[in-house]
Ligand binder design. Structure first.
Ligand SMILES: [Zn+2]
Length: 112
């Protein structure tokens, strides 16, 4: 994942690493903007990773303290939706923060 900033229309687009650096709004060439990952991204990834471990560990080892919580397919699905939902929420929030930081750094006049 990368963010590209368009100097033409001051739009920040999110792209995968293999995509060309084109602006989503006007289609012009945009430049890659480097901003550190905010804590929301880290929390989002941690929730998804932690959720995966939470669901997988009882599958491979018997007698985990929370094995009762993941005993049925229905329960596992509930946890999966919950973890993915929370992870998605924080990741989205983090991407929004990153876009705001790119704009604040590149176009101070546009953020005021
Ligand atoms: Zn543009």
């Amino acid at each position: 994942m990368k963010l590209v900033y368009c100097g033409n229309c001051h739009h920040v687009s999110m792209k995968s690493r293999v995509e060309r650096n084109r602006c989503e709004r006007c289609g012009r060439e945009a430049e890659v903007a480097h901003v550190p990952y905010p804590w929301q991204i880290v929390v989002g990834w941690s929730v998804v990773l932690g959720g995966a471990l939470f669901l997988l560990i009882p599958y491979f080892w018997d007698g985990t303290p929370w094995s009762g919580l993941t005993a049925t397919v229905g329960l596992r699905l509930v946890w999966l939706v919950l973890f993915l939902g929370i992870g998605y929420y924080f990741s989205n929030w983090g991407v929004r923060v990153m876009k705001e930081r790119v704009l604040a750094a590149r176009a101070p006049e546009a953020s005021s």
